[in-house]
Design a binder for this molecule. Structure first.
Ligand SMILES: Nc1ncnc2c1ncn2[C@@H]1O[C@H](COP(=O)(O)OP(=O)(O)O)[C@@H](O)[C@H]1O
Ligand SMILES: [Mg+2]
Length: 461
């Protein structure tokens, strides 16, 4: 249904009654329906009336009935950030299908994006993710999370995920439960991850979670950048399709905290398997305002925890394009960027991290690993007994996404071989110099802290 059809349909219905509900005022429309503020006696509700073109025959009618039923079922599992569904069905008087929901007196996020407030991003993404997680816990996937399907009250007091029309059950591993909607593309192209676009998503918890994370990344992008995803690639349709498949969204000049940028970049990674590994539900938690150092520590701890869970498989590093030279250049660039991040981290506390030496080894061809070593000789000023070597290994795990894993091993005194089991995670995600610097700084402090110190004698008085 295009805009004109929606306008015509809503003009036709305005002021009429459906099963006792008086349709007072149109409040929105989407691809499938028009939504009205409606009143029955002293009850106020939002009535979603489906366009009859959706149901030309008995099969489509049965499908819509099933979709309405599923939404009504959801009222058994309410959530404060999910729209409450009160009922629905087919009107006896008009034969139209409709859904009765709580009326939310708030614009949708799409309308708010152009002037979205910086300090509300965390709250809104946290609320929408909580609703999506709640659906997952009930064995469901929303599949159409986008700004138009989120209502946000002007004071940001209420955030509600709407449009549960394409919610579907997550099947047991690999089993397809829902034959009828395997082929048609139901979501919205702009916010569809590449695998969903081609209907190549994996019908499992992880597969649908990857779709959800991508769509959450889409709304995060729009709030951060104050414009829609792939704005410059909107027409023609084929151009948008190509952008969804190949274009990496840009975040240049975004004035928000780096962890939000990291989250958006990781969510929008094209490869669903990698995406699901880089993002976790905890990343969307809205944390109370903390001292920056505590927030940093928390973030790093979470990364490290995640790293312990994640075994990034070697297969993720496979390069289907086979373009070794491009990869080699990328690795050289990453070496320089890692080197710069290490220099900046060392410069953050000259007293602690000086004097030192930084040795980088250029990546060997055919290898996806870059190594940089930071050496601290024993000195009287730092009063450590032994030499300390902090060895960083950066591995390119996805060339297209520029996703990297950085691990760190610390040696005191004698320098042993690299032992991956003894190394600890520093960073995992789409490369970001700023976030890496914070994580490197923390790891340098930890390394110094583990050294044997020459204690100064107790002072006499
Ligand atoms: N319960 C509601 N309260 C207030 N506004 C709503 C409600 N449900 C939908 N809307 C508005 O109507 C628009 C279309 O509704 P939606 O359920 O997304 O329809 P569609 O399936 O056609 O996309 C939404 O973008 C939102 O602005
Ligand atoms: Mg909608």
């Amino acid at each position: 249904m295009n805009r004109e059809e929606a306008e015509r349909f809503s003009a036709e219905l305005s002021g009429t009654k459906i099963d006792g509900w008086e349709l007072e005022k149109p409040i929105g429309s989407g691809k499938t329906a028009v939504v009205f503020r409606a009143r029955r006696g002293d009850e106020l509700a939002a009535l979603k009336v489906y366009h009859p073109e959706l149901t030309p025959d008995s099969q489509t009618r049965a499908e819509l009935e099933q979709r309405i039923e599923r939404q009504v079922e959801l009222s058994k599992a309410p959530h404060k950030h999910l729209v409450a569904i009160h009922g629905g069905g087919r009107s006896e008087s008009t034969s139209l299908y409709y859904l009765v929901m709580e009326f939310i007196d708030a614009p949708n996020l799409g309308e708010l994006v152009p002037e979205f407030s910086r300090d509300k991003i965390r709250h809104v993404i946290g609320a929408v993710a909580a609703a999506a997680k709640h659906l997952e816990e009930n064995g469901l996937a929303h599949r159409d999370i986008k700004p138009e399907n989120v209502c946000v009250a002007p004071d940001y007091g209420r955030v509600v995920l709407l449009d549960l029309g394409v919610v579907r059950p997550i099947s047991a591993e690999g089993e397809v439960t829902d034959q009828s909607d395997v082929r048609p593309f139901l979501g919205t192209l702009r916010y569809s991850p590449p695998e969903f676009l081609l209907r190549e998503e994996t019908d499992s918890m992880e597969g649908w979670r990857a779709v959800t994370f991508y769509q959450l990344g889409g709304i995060l992008h729009d709030m951060i950048m104050r414009r829609v995803l792939f704005e410059g690639h909107s027409t023609p349709y084929a151009r948008l399709v190509r952008a969804v498949q190949d274009e990496t969204p840009k975040f240049e000049g975004a004035d928000v905290e780096s962890d939000l940028l990291d989250l958006a970049r990781n969510c929008l990674v094209k490869d669903p398997v990698l995406r699901e590994k880089l993002v976790s539900w905890g990343d969307f938690d809205e944390r109370p305002a903390e001292e920056p150092s505590t927030a940093t520590r928390l973030r790093i701890r979470r990364r490290i925890e995640r790293q312990a869970q994640v075994q990034v498989q070697a297969s993720l590093g496979a390069d289907p394009s086979g373009d070794r030279r491009a990869k080699q250049r990328e690795l050289e660039k990453l070496t320089r960027e890692l080197d710069l991040a290490i220099c900046n981290a060392c410069a953050s506390d000259v007293e602690c991290f000086h004097p030192r030496e930084i040795r980088s080894s250029s990546p060997r061809s055919g290898d996806d690993v870059v190594t940089i070593e930071v050496l601290f000789p024993p000195t009287s000023s730092r009063t450590t007994r032994t030499a300390i070597s902090v060895e960083y290994r950066l591995r390119l795990i996805d060339f297209e996404a520029r996703a990297v894993e950085v691990r760190c091993a610390v040696h005191y005194g004698d320098h042993g071989e690299w032992d991956d089991a003894a190394a600890s995670g520093v960073f995992l995600g789409v490369f970001s110099g700023e976030s890496l610097e914070t994580a490197l700084e923390e790891s340098l402090f930890t390394a110094l802290d583990g050294a044997e110190w020459i204690e100064a004698p107790e002072s006499e008085n």
